[in-house]
Design a protein around this ligand. Structure first.
Ligand SMILES: [Fe+2]
Length: 178
């Protein structure tokens, strides 16, 4: 269900992603979101004005959608999602730090910077951290193909240790300057 009043264009995209996910059409979801990030005007217009960086737009057991504007100069702690996650970036750049699992801990593998328009899709077991080196917050929609709010999933310290259940307050407190 929708967590906030949204314009028609945004509801349409979320509805389409829901339908495609029900049909198990991941490729079609990615292609739809690629199109959306290339022509984001209608989505931007359909978005309420937010004062915050992260807003839950939609959540049910099969799909969770966040608006995310990552502020510059902050590295957020690494985490898993426990489901497929897709970042659809329509403004700025977003750097993903990807990690390998080493026992219970994790080790940085690579950094990939996406520049809008861009779609980054992550497999169920992916572990990443996000940041941006832009001068202003980036902007995008993050789609999670499941119920993210109730998912059992792990976050780590930026050093890659102290695995523990993801809790959003802990996530924000564990962020560090980039
Ligand atoms: Fe994430």
């Amino acid at each position: 269900m929708y967590k906030i009043e949204l314009g028609v264009a945004l509801k349409k995209v979320i509805g389409q992603v829901r339908e495609l996910h029900n049909e198990n059409e991941l490729k079609a979801i990615i292609s739809l979101l690629n199109k959306m990030t290339k022509e984001p005007e209608a989505i931007i217009e359909a978005m309420p004005n937010f004062d915050c960086e992260e807003v839950l737009l939609y959540a049910d057991n099969d799909l969770t959608v966040y608006y995310i504007a990552t502020p510059p100069g902050i590295l957020y702690p690494p985490h898993e999602h426990g489901m497929v996650a897709i970042s659809a970036l329509y403004r700025g750049t977003e750097t993903h730090v990807f990690y390998d699992r080493v026992g219970e801990n994790i080790k940085e593998r690579t950094r990939v910077t996406a520049t809008a328009p861009a779609v980054v899709d992550m497999e169920i077991d992916a572990v990443h951290a996000i940041c941006t080196s832009d001068a202003v917050p980036n902007e995008g929609l993050h789609f999670y193909l499941g119920g993210l709010e109730t998912q059992t999933r792990t976050m780590w310290n930026i050093s890659g240790d102290s695995p523990r259940q993801y809790v959003h307050d802990d996530y924000l407190k564990s962020a560090r300057p980039l």
